[in-house]
Design a protein around this ligand. Structure first.
Ligand SMILES: *Cc1c(COP(=O)(O)O)cnc(C)c1O
Length: 381
């Protein structure tokens, strides 16, 4: 049986039961389960606002567009982010006609506050902090910089579903303007594709709801449930988008949320086992995790000299690792910042992700590490 780097595990019968409810009452769109899921997410995390979307990519775009409109930023004003992220983060800045500028990462593969400060110019308006692998990194220090220079902070929490710091969800920290979670198929809270945008400010949450629904100032559900005959009577205030989530996907989210803490605890156990078994191997190192007993542990990243060879060796054994991520400034579209983040550039050549998901057993990890240790020791000799 092959072992995948990331693979969702669903509570199938419970999900089908929730979906059945949508089908039976004939409501599969926005409203109903999406509202239930937003409420459940707010209760779980402590966010005061949450709007369910069809992806985190959409959420990051909305965050940029709304903050830009509210702050009256100009086209080509700059937003600083990490080059060690999924391309969605960088694209979200571009979608809003802003310019991504990349700052180097620290030992956690999160933005390094010292490097961030060096990249601030008169055009800098905001920072997108990416919680790599669920890590909070030095988010607290980056927030201090935001305060000092009056910059907005967007938390790309795509990996952070369930991450806490001393019992608190870091996305809810004061001074964070907006946090965006992903519930894409291989994230810690898997649905199929969806995400959640959590603005601190209630007014901005209201704007997000309009922007996510084509700019229409009343949603279909409230028009049906409270306005009856006047459901056609809405205004369109912006050229908005079709970004909201739907009830079928929210139904899956509602079920999976019940298992998120349990699932993350299991991930942490697997991570500890990897760490323990790889410790004697001097040719492999892992990326440190701050507050490791509260981290979502979305991926298990190692550093190894020839990661391409190791990925191939594992593939020969029907075990599939991954690379999270390539330095974004290596991509043609962001090459204007190529070379501006030497540490990220070096590290991203050597990192790879070993399989970590809810289908992985301790036995599989022993098997995987056996291959990793054998291969990397041989090559060292
Ligand atoms: C997955 C991911 C996204 C995008 O999430 P989607 O829900 O797939 O749009 C954004 N940022 C990071 C760091 C991710 O890993």
């Amino acid at each position: 049986m092959s072992i995948q780097v990331l693979k969702p595990k669903f509570h199938v019968e419970e999900c089908l039961e929730q979906i059945r409810e949508c089908l039976e009452i004939g409501w599969t769109g926005m409203g109903f389960k999406t509202v239930e899921f937003e409420d459940a997410w707010k209760t779980y995390t402590g966010h005061s606002n949450a709007h369910f979307l069809n992806s985190a990519t959409a959420g990051l775009h909305l965050a940029m567009q709304i903050l830009k409109d509210q702050g009256e930023w100009n086209d080509s004003d700059e937003v600083i982010t990490s080059p060690c992220t999924f391309i969605s983060t960088s694209h979200a800045i571009s979608y809003a006609n802003l310019k991504p500028r990349f700052a180097d990462v620290d030992e956690y593969l999160c933005l390094d506050p010292v490097e961030v400060e060096k990249k601030i110019t008169s055009k800098t308006k905001a920072i997108i902090f990416v919680g790599y692998g669920g890590r909070v990194g030095q988010l607290d220090e980056v927030l201090k910089i935001c305060k000092k220079y009056d910059l907005r902070l967007i938390l790309d929490a795509a990996h952070m579903a369930g991450t806490r710091v001393e019992g608190v969800f870091p996305g809810t920290w004061e001074d964070i303007d907006v946090t965006v979670y992903s519930f894409q198929a291989v994230k810690n809270l898997p649905t199929a594709d969806s995400g959640m945008i959590c603005f601190r400010n209630e007014g901005l949450d209201g704007i997000a709801r309009k922007y996510a629904w084509l700019g229409i100032n009343k949603d279909t559900y409230s028009r049906v449930s409270t306005q009856g005959a006047y459901k056609w009577d809405y205004d369109v205030e912006h050229v908005g988008y079709k970004y909201h989530g739907n009830s079928i996907i929210a139904a899956i989210g509602l079920v999976q949320l019940n298992y998120l803490d349990e699932d993350n605890a299991h991930r942490r156990k697997l991570v500890s086992l990897y760490d323990e078994l790889l410790k004697p191997n001097v040719n492999v190192s892992s990326i440190p995790i701050p507050y490791s007993d509260e981290c979502s542990c979305h991926i298990y990243t190692i550093r190894v000299d020839d990661r391409n060879a190791l990925l191939q060796e594992l593939a020969k054994n029907d075990i599939y690792g991954g690379v999270h991520y390539r330095d974004n400034t290596e991509y043609d579209i962001y090459a204007y910042d190529h070379g501006s983040c030497p540490k990220s550039h070096e590290i991203t050549k050597n990192i790879m992700s070993l399989p970590l998901n809810l289908n992985i057993t301790p036995e599989m990890i022993r098997e995987i590490v056996k291959i990793v240790n054998k291969f990397t020791f041989c090559r060292g000799e």
